[in-house]
Design a protein around this ligand. Structure first.
Ligand code: SPD
Length: 380
């Protein structure tokens, strides 16, 4: 009996010791994890220009105490070059989905910790399915907003300069010398980016807009050469104000930007009537995505930002300000009726069926597009 009691006592002491050591180890582990999560209260964001509401950053900072440093870029080429060079210092970047595919494959973007983004539940499965073509499993990317590349006009100036009806296919305005030659006098802008202009020209020629066939690029070069004398500006952001003020009348640009120009013309009472045209053969869709660089210094804060943007009211406020559609189904009740009913923001099923979806891009294709575009731009 005594022996049995002594043994039981020893066993209890051993159990207590082991339990104590385990608890201490767990505490140490927990403290380590907590330290790892204690990030400096800073978030560095790199996003397209004219792509956010006035209060988006202010409200996030107020609520979280995290200070946001916000920089802008104007095309995917600039962002990609920075990511490839590494050590950008950015925690959130916003590449187009087809560029992000390359970046994921190169290990430049971090896998999301979905447990930190409960608002992912608000996303439209149709948009998620689009993104999954570039990011299987939706593991790295969350759509910021989406839109399309098309043609915008100053209605009265273009009608006056053409002296006749608009063409059936809006792409003719920028790619047919017969039309664009008449518009040079009131100012014509093309996007300042090879991977925007060349796919649009391929599409106009009836080719796949990310064709891998080198001879297609010879045809694009000839097409672009034929309209080069009439292009007066290359711009991927300044063209918004130029349209609003009336100093250009035609732009190959992005849907939301041209709607911003329309709104600025109204707000600034410039008297210019801007319209986004939906080309008969469709525009070129794009999906800009929030992603975290692999070497981001504040990945925890980046997850908080993504979750914040995915709140219905926040996502709606972006759309209300910059006229791009968002992927957030729960945000619809917060989108202003005049924005929700604009057919160039949330496009109809019929228009959607004609749109060209972005396709994957690789370095060879990029180089080919850049060469084609550079000789167009420089006129050589
Ligand atoms: N002013 C914001 C424009 C955003 C445009 N993103 C376009 C990506 C096209 N591939």
């Amino acid at each position: 009996m005594l022996w049995a009691q002594k043994r039981a006592g020893r066993v209890h002491r051993v159990i207590r010791a082991v339990a104590g050591a385990t608890a201490a180890a767990l505490l140490a582990l927990g403290a380590g994890a907590a330290r790892a999560q204690e990030e400096e209260k800073v978030l560095n964001v790199y996003n397209w220009s004219d792509y956010i509401a006035e209060d988006t950053i202010r409200n996030f900072e107020k609520e979280t105490g995290i200070r946001v440093r916000y920089d802008n870029f104007d095309n995917n080429e600039i962002l990609h070059a920075k990511l490839v060079a590494g050590r950008t210092g950015y925690d959130i970047v916003v590449p187009g989905s087809h560029w992000a595919k390359m970046q994921i494959e190169a290990g430049l973007l971090r896998k999301l910790d979905k447990s930190q983004i409960p608002n992912l539940k608000n996303l439209d499965p149709a948009v998620q399915a689009q993104l999954a073509r570039m990011d299987p499993g939706n593991d790295h990317l969350v759509n910021w907003m989406w839109g399309f590349t098309a043609v915008g006009i100053n209605v009265e100036k273009v009608r006056a300069a053409l002296g006749g009806p608009l063409p059936d296919n809006a792409w003719d305005l920028v790619f047919k010398p017969e039309y664009i030659s008449k518009l040079k006098g009131c100012g014509v802008s093309f996007l300042d980016s090879a991977t925007e202009v060349v796919p649009a020209a391929l599409h106009y020629l009836g080719k796949p807009s990310f064709s891998k066939e080198p001879s297609d690029y010879t045809q694009v070069a000839a097409l672009l050469k034929s309209v080069r004398p009439y292009v007066t500006l290359f711009s991927a952001s300044g063209y918004i104000n130029d349209m609003a003020s009336g100093s250009i009348c035609l732009a190959l640009g992005w849907s939301g930007d041209m709607n911003i120009a329309r709104q600025r013309a109204i707000d600034g009472k410039t008297g210019q009537k801007i319209e986004v045209l939906m080309p008969r053969s469709g525009g070129l869709l794009f999906f800009d995505t929030m992603a975290i660089p692999a070497d981001a210094p504040h990945p925890g804060n980046a997850h908080k930002w993504i979750n914040y943007i995915l709140r219905p009211e926040v996502h709606a406020s972006l759309t209300n300000k910059v006229f791009y559609a968002n992927p957030n189904k729960a945000s619809r009740p917060f989108v202003k009726p005049e924005v929700a009913s604009n057919p160039t923001v949330f496009i109809s099923d019929a228009d959607m069926a004609r749109m060209v979806a972005p396709n994957s891009l690789n370095n060879d294709l990029r180089r080919l597009m850049t060469r084609t575009y550079t000789s167009f731009k420089t006129g050589l």
